[in-house]
Design a protein around this ligand. Structure first.
Ligand code: ADP
Ligand code: TRP
Length: 330
């Protein structure tokens, strides 16, 4: 059985980018693999350190994991900070990580450009903590969206470096995983770029039908193609991409044909897209809202998950300490 590890930061509710980029793959993988899925609350502190919302955000994401279909009886679901062993592994890995390579990470460069007033060391060492999350359970596969590709490359580099320095074959080279379809990027509806919490363009799993309709109808469009098979502008190609991800194949094809024949009516297409999103999301939303109310159940899932994750983490840490030459005084 292969080991699978992944997590999502608890910086707010989950959107369709998180769902189609990561969560659907978690759900598909949980049955055939030994899976560890966690809620990255330490990582949320690099941008959202707020004691008033921290625990609530973690609970929300946990209810979203469960409502979307993760089964705590088959996968280990846990909260990152419930297994603080990960911080020790992160510290140990950081001794073999160069500041220069961290400074060159795209996500770091992005963040310092967008938030020059808060360039904290946690942002710089973000990829080391993420590598520790993955290597803590010696994962073979990591289901993530396209934006995490570079972090996974770094994880493999850190694993190889550790193995080389200590002359062992201990850490695997964890691979990104998406069921052979390539890593996906769910676009936003505001014309450019990806859907994201910080982008403010999210369609959320807990959005009600009315707000989904209104967000989709507001999606940016253009004045339409003027000749057959005209290349699409970015906002239009984003709407088609969302439809390709969410709607049945023939619906997507129907509107693509309309576009290519210059007969497209974006209003009709958006209405259809909104209904298809609602079909996918509304049963999930109902389950999330139910589960959220059940505090005892959430506590139990997190407690039992932490126990299983801790056992796996402690084994790795004990091996790593031995490999690195820490020996116990008896
Ligand atoms: P956000 O970008 O909203 O802050 P995170 O960075 O916490 O979300 O991402 C959690 C997971 O969701 C990662 O695996 C990431 O690759 C995936 N993800 C986030 N946004 C998208 C998107 N627009 N398309 C595809 N995957 C995404
Ligand atoms: N960095 C990931 C994100 O922003 C979240 C994350 C933290 C993660 N640790 C991880 C994903 C380990 C996969 C494996 O989406």
């Amino acid at each position: 059985m292969e080991k699978v590890v992944s997590g999502i930061r608890s910086t707010g509710n989950l959107h369709l980018g998180n769902y189609f980029g990561a969560l659907v793959n978690f759900i598909k993988m949980q049955h055939e693999n030994n899976c560890f899925f966690f809620i990255a609350d330490y990582h949320s502190l690099t941008t959202h350190p707020d004691p008033k919302t921290l625990n609530g955000n973690v609970r929300n994401v946990l209810s979203e994991y469960l409502g979307a279909g993760l089964d705590p009886d088959v996968a280990t679901l846990y909260v990152q900070s419930d297994v603080p062993e990960v911080t020790e592994l992160s510290l140990l890995l950081s001794m073999h990580t160069y500041v220069g390579e961290l400074e060159r990470t795209t996500s770091f460069k992005d963040k310092i450009r967008k938030h020059p007033d808060n360039v904290n060391a946690g942002l710089l060492t973000y990829p080391v903590l993420m590598a520790a999350d993955i290597l803590l359970h010696r994962a073979d596969r990591v289901p993530v969206g396209k934006d995490q590709e570079q972090h996974l490359e770094m994880t493999r580099k850190f694993a190889r470096r550790f193995n080389t320095i200590y002359g062992v074959d201990y850490f695997p080279e964890s691979q990104p995983y998406t069921f052979g379809k390539g890593l996906i990027k769910v676009p936003g509806l505001d014309g450019t770029g990806k859907m994201g919490k910080s982008e403010g363009n999210g369609l959320y799993l807990i959005d009600d039908d009315k707000s989904i309709r209104s967000k989709v109808m507001k999606a940016v469009t253009d004045s339409g193609p003027t000749k057959p098979e005209e290349p699409m502008t970015e906002p239009i190609s984003n709407i088609f991409k969302l439809m390709e991800i969410i709607s049945p194949e023939d619906t997507h094809k129907f509107y693509l044909d309309k576009y290519n024949n210059c007969e497209i009516r974006y209003g009709d297409m958006k209405k259809q897209l909104a209904e298809d999103i609602i079909t996918t999301i509304s049963p999930i939303r109902e389950r999330i809202l139910e589960i959220r109310k059940d505090t005892d159940y959430l506590n139990k899932v997190a407690r039992e998950g932490a126990e299983k994750a801790k056992a796996s983490a402690q084994k790795t840490l004990s091996d790593v300490r031995e490999i690195m030459g820490f020996s116990k005084f008896k």
